[in-house]
Design a protein. Structure first.
Ligand SMILES: Cc1cc2nc3c(=O)[nH]c(=O)nc-3n(C[C@H](O)[C@H](O)[C@H](O)COP(=O)(O)OP(=O)(O)OC[C@H]3O[C@@H](n4cnc5c(N)ncnc54)[C@H](O)[C@@H]3O)c2cc1C
Length: 448
């Protein structure tokens, strides 16, 4: 590739990079997109289970994810509402109960505690701007307090605390003592609220894409043709005169502007000249969450016949939360769920043992019918060298208040995209798309 020159090089062919490239090309710019992997989509990835095409990474379209919904329509893919008929299962404090609706079957004390906490979080998030959380009046104090400390002060019962921890892990894939209240409230403010994030109907898990979310990444990438270069890790970006030199394992590319479209932790692995001390340190202090996504197939969705929706949450099971992921015709029964936070670290690198542990946990919840799956697949995102964890980068306590502005501040002619940089829906595909468009607009203004 030596000597190749483009107006803009986009590094990363996830949804952020693909959205940036699309907007730049629509404005008539010569764009090249480089990705380290042999496929597009980044944290969105295609898989196969029992003959069905599935998503091993991001899959749900949430309420308010308008860009993503519009993209699905444009690509000719319909949205399938998440299956929610029947009772959910909740297991907290060693007791499993069935329930419907939003109110979990826990003790009156735990319920009152959860009600108070949800109300209090909604109050607190009002003081944290979704796009500039570091500007909130109590930014430093909130950034110095971990979610675990706040939880202990606000939730008196063990069941209430256990339920809160399960939900926090499911949302961020970190433990409550690894994240500050500022980062947590920012995530809530940028994504609706805690209930939206943990809900199916009218929440972040509202619908899936027929044919798979990854089909939308391929749809965005298709017009790029030969300007998309896969298997091309970028190792360094340096300013030389008025040009940027993008070093890859397949040679150099030159450009007037670069958009680096990936999580800060991954961007931090690219050697940068010029160099931003704040961006560099942010990259070191915004590690990825820990998650293994698991899918299990059965000959039929047998739980439906038991009046169950397939939605399960447990404070002790390896595999939680879980949802029904069966095709619309119910021709085969698929369950999808997560091993997250500290549990994901515990089970990473142990594929056979974790498969057994997952099936055992399903047998405990659903009975012996769960003992005989016809297929199984999981994706350990911690072990993925081009993600190094998921769903998203989570700033450590004390980071967002000090280094937050470096998320989006361009570094010379280098601009930043990626869901972590989004002003709304950060952590989600919707945020990735908007971040790419925002970075493209910055570049277009700079090149005008
Ligand atoms: C298990 C899981 C479940 C999820 N569930 C959902 C969901 O249901 N709904 C939802 O909206 N979101 C979900 N997400 C989150 C969603 O997938 C991400 O927010 C989104 O895909 C991020 O897109 P991105 O473009 O910002 O980053 P990425 O997708 O990470 O793209 C970055 C790209 O940069 C490339 N790259 C990295 N380093 C280099 C380098 N040095 N050189 C060249 N290329 C490089 C990577 O290969 C990658 O393709 C989930 C994620 C996971 C993993």
């Amino acid at each position: 590739m030596d000597g190749v020159e483009r107006d803009v090089v986009v590094v990363g062919a996830g949804f952020a990079g693909l959205a940036a490239a699309r907007r730049l090309r629509e404005a008539g710019k010569r764009v090249r997109v480089l990705d380290a992997r042999d496929r597009v989509g980044g944290r969105v990835m295609r898989g196969n289970l029992a003959g069905q095409t599935i998503d091993l990474g991001g899959q749900w379209v949430g309420m308010g994810h308008d860009r993503l919904s519009a993209l699905a329509v444009e690509a000719g893919c319909s949205l399938k509402p998440q299956y929610v008929q029947g009772d959910k299962l909740l297991s907290v404090g060693g007791r499993q109960k069935r329930y419907q609706g939003l109110i979990p079957p826990v003790s009156p004390g735990a319920l009152a505690g959860m009600g108070w906490v949800l109300w209090r979080l909604r109050q607190l998030q009002r003081g944290v701007p979704g796009h500039t959380p570091w500007e909130s009046t109590k930014a430093e104090a909130l950034d110095a307090c971990t979610v675990a400390r706040w939880r202990d002060r606000n939730l008196p019962t063990a069941d209430g605390r256990a339920l809160f921890d399960v939900a926090t892990r499911a949302v961020l894939c970190v433990e409550p003592d690894q994240v500050s209240m500022l980062a947590f409230l920012h995530y809530l403010a940028a994504n609706g609220d805690f209930e939206t994030l943990t809900s199916t109907v009218e929440g972040a898990q509202a619908a899936t894409v027929e044919g798979g979310m990854h089909a939308l990444a391929r749809y965005l990438a298709e017009p790029l043709g030969a300007e998309l270069r896969l298997d091309t890790p970028v190792t360094a970006i340096s300013q030389q005169g008025t040009r940027l030199v993008i070093q890859t394992t397949a040679g150099d590319v030159h450009a007037r502007r670069v958009i680096v479209a990936m999580a800060p932790a991954m961007a931090g692995r690219i050697a940068m000249t010029p160099f931003s001390a704040e961006r560099e340190q942010l990259a070191q202090r915004m590690p990825m969450g820990s998650v293994i996504k698991v899918q299990v197939a059965y000959a039929q969705p047998f739980w439906r016949a038991q009046g169950l929706s397939g939605e399960m949450v447990s404070d002790t099971a390896v595999f939680s939360p879980v949802f029904d992921n069966s095709p619309a015709d119910g021709s085969v029964g698929l369950l999808v769920g997560f091993i997250d936070g500290a549990e994901a670290l515990r089970w990473s690198g142990r594929p056979e043992e974790r498969r057994r542990a997952v099936i055992e946990s399903l047998v405990q919840s659903l009975g012996e019918a769960a003992a005989q799956p016809i297929d199984y697949v999981d994706q350990d995102w911690i072990a993925d060298p081009w993600s190094r964890g998921c769903y998203t980068g989570v700033p450590t306590p004390g980071t967002l208040s000090r280094l937050g502005p470096a998320l989006r501040a361009p570094c010379g002619a280098v601009h930043w995209a990626g869901t972590e940089t989004a002003e709304a829906w950060c952590g989600y595909i919707e945020g990735a798309l908007s971040s790419g468009e925002r970075a493209a607009d910055e570049v277009l203004e700079a090149l005008a």
